[in-house]
Design a protein around this ligand. Structure first.
Ligand SMILES: [Zn+2]
Ligand SMILES: [Zn+2]
Length: 374
């Protein structure tokens, strides 16, 4: 492969580290070669355990522990510098954490709201790949379903309702944060109407949005200046907002709307099952930046290791997939209606949502059938 698409990984990583604290569970809706490089850099932290410094996202060195926010105990830091840097963004969440009555989470087996809040953050972190893929896929489905409405006028808010799966009798310790919650529904809403009804939350969040907006404007050449919002509705009165930059696509989505819908609905179902059925998807390696492998997510589980929850692959390679290793993964693979193999499903979905350009997909599939091409 002679096309250099990865560029300066160090530099990309630096950009990512800069954006990530602002946007810890969010993700650029990737349209350009440039931001594709961010996607590659982003994979580095997918190998990281859950429960990292809220500011720099580093895991504690083996045997060491992170410091807790003294007020709420829900945020963790590697240093006092990181704690100070995070405070302007953390203070509203911190207040919300400490104001909550612990009784609101007792039915889920928690003794403090802070622990509940922390586990939910870890849950989002565990499923980051699938959650952001869901956003890209939902947006494209919405776009195809409303061909006459300009993209910028479509609803700009996705509400993802979550439920907590633990109960008061749950002993908790054996359960990884990745399996503590589940996605119940995903629905589009008008952002302006939402901002009016959630006035308090929305206003409180304004400085964070400004900061995110500035970072995207600086880093993403095709950023339109619009933020797409995702509101996670969580039990016990917890709300969580994430923002995705809207970027101008460099090329039209490939295929017909019917072809796209079939593939995207499969991808949506597979992602939702990965979250709800215990096989969190992560990109596993940066090694050699091999294509298409470096674009693919693999199913895994979180296991306890040296005091951290660490992701462990169920499969090292999709090529070696045979049913029988994980029952629910098998059901999800068998549930793919287009009958595409999972790597093809992932690459086609990235291509349709314009996360990778035709060039990359064609390179990746130089010796394969391209499931969908323009
Ligand atoms: Zn830190
Ligand atoms: Zn706090």
């Amino acid at each position: 492969m002679n096309r250099t698409v990865v560029g300066n990984a160090e530099n990309r990583l630096m950009i990512l580290r800069k954006i990530s604290p602002l946007y810890p569970w969010g993700y650029a809706h990737l349209h350009t070669m440039d931001s594709y490089e961010v996607l590659v850099a982003d994979t580095v932290r997918r190998a990281d355990p859950l429960g990292r410094c809220n500011t720099c996202l580093k895991a504690p060195p083996a045997g060491a522990r992170l410091m807790k926010c003294g007020a709420c105990s829900a945020a963790f830091y590697c240093s006092t510098q990181c704690q100070k840097a995070h405070w302007p963004r953390h203070k509203s969440t911190c207040r919300a954490n400490t104001a909550q009555d612990p009784a609101s989470v007792a039915r889920y087996g928690y003794t403090s709201f802070a622990t509940f809040s922390r586990d939910f953050q870890d849950f989002l972190d565990a499923h980051e790949w699938a959650l952001r893929m869901i956003v890209s896929v939902q947006r494209q489905l919405q776009r195809d379903a409303n061909p006459d409405v300009p993209f910028s006028e479509l609803p700009m808010l996705l509400r993802v309702a979550m439920r907590c799966r633990t109960t008061s009798s749950d002993t908790q310790k054996h359960r990884s944060p990745a399996t503590r919650f589940a996605v119940v529904s995903q629905t589009f809403h008008d952002l302006e109407a939402y901002a009016r009804t959630q006035e308090h939350l929305w206003e409180q969040n304004a400085p964070v949005r400004d900061e995110i907006h500035r970072a995207f404007a600086q880093q993403l050449p095709h950023y339109t200046g619009q933020l797409f919002a995702v509101h996670y509705d969580v039990p016990a009165g917890m709300d969580h907002l994430a923002f995705f930059p809207v970027q101008t696509p460099l090329e039209p989505a490939p295929g017909t709307p019917e072809q796209r819908r079939a593939i995207l609905e499969d991808m949506l179902d597979f992602c939702t099952r990965s979250i709800n059925d215990g096989f969190p998807l992560r990109i596993t390696t940066l090694e050699g930046n091999r294509f298409p492998e470096s674009l693919l997510a693999y199913p895994g589980t979180f296991v306890r290791s040296e005091g951290c929850w660490v992701w462990k692959a169920i499969l090292e390679d999709w090529k070696s997939y045979t049913p029988g290793q994980h029952r629910r993964l098998d059901l999800a693979v068998a549930g793919v209606k287009t009958r595409l193999a999972i790597p093809d499903l992932i690459l086609s979905s990235l291509h349709i949502t314009c996360a990778v350009s035709t060039l990359i997909v064609q390179d990746a599939f130089a010796r394969r059938r391209i499931p969908i091409s323009s």
